[in-house]
Design a protein around this ligand. Structure first.
Ligand SMILES: [Zn+2]
Ligand SMILES: [Zn+2]
Length: 231
């Protein structure tokens, strides 16, 4: 009852509006939820050919140890962009459940990625995390781990150096921008483990590839990316 009252008061002072169509009531109305298009056919992150589980195809082996990227839904369909943006920059943390659910659906469709995987997230530099208050990818990975009982660890990859956001960096400079910006925590044994790295949006997959390269060097058997969308 206490919670109900609290929610009633909060909803009265801060009414929610659907991020897709602005109708009052909730962050995402059912009509707009239906406009989100889930990815049914995963593709090679590099060349876009159809590929099971979003694996890099044999032609594109320059994946730096990343097996593939599983993408949950299409960036340009429905209000997904708005949801991600408001989650990340306007601190509407409740959106984590909508986004987490999309990741879970997609992961479960591709669950043959290995037995007993360990889930982690692309790290944020601690200053940026302090600024935002949370690491959006970690929050999402947390939702996935809790709902489908996966082992999680967010201390495996650490961000040593603050970098320019990848979206603001031009294609070729992306890898250079990231160089030596991550390190692996040697105190955690990841040898022979399959690791799933969660990120909110991927563009060229450079960040995920760089994390994967280091994880494989530290003994991981396989590394997969899991993202909401490809932007
Ligand atoms: Zn709506
Ligand atoms: Zn390919």
């Amino acid at each position: 009852m206490k919670n109900k009252l609290k929610n009633f008061i909060l909803d009265t002072i801060f009414p929610k509006f659907c991020l897709g169509c602005n109708i009052e009531g909730e962050w995402l109305c059912s009509a707009c939820k239906n406009k989100i298009v889930k990815v049914k056919t995963q593709v090679c992150p590099h060349c876009g050919r159809i590929s099971q589980f979003g694996r890099f195809c044999s032609k594109d082996k320059k994946s730096y140890g990343l097996s593939g990227i599983i993408v949950a839904c299409y960036y340009d369909e429905g209000p997904i962009k708005e949801i991600i943006h408001n989650f990340k920059y306007n601190n509407i943390l409740e959106l984590k459940n909508i986004l987490g659910e999309l990741l879970i659906d997609s992961l479960e469709e591709n669950i043959e990625i290995g037995k007993d995987p360990l889930i982690t997230a692309v790290p944020l530099h601690f200053l940026r995390k302090a600024q935002r208050g949370f690491n959006q990818s970690e929050v999402l990975a947390e939702v996935v781990a809790e709902n489908i009982n996966l082992q999680k660890n967010f201390k495996i990859i650490q961000k040593k150096r603050k970098t320019t956001p990848q979206v603001l960096t031009e294609g070729k400079k992306r890898l250079k921008n990231l160089k030596n910006s991550f390190k692996i925590n040697k105190n955690i044994d990841i040898s022979k483990r399959t690791i799933i790295i969660v990120d909110d949006v991927t563009t060229t997959g450079t960040t995920l590839s760089e994390c994967a390269r280091l994880l494989r060097k530290a003994g991981a058997k396989k590394v997969w990316g899991l993202v909401i969308s490809k932007g």
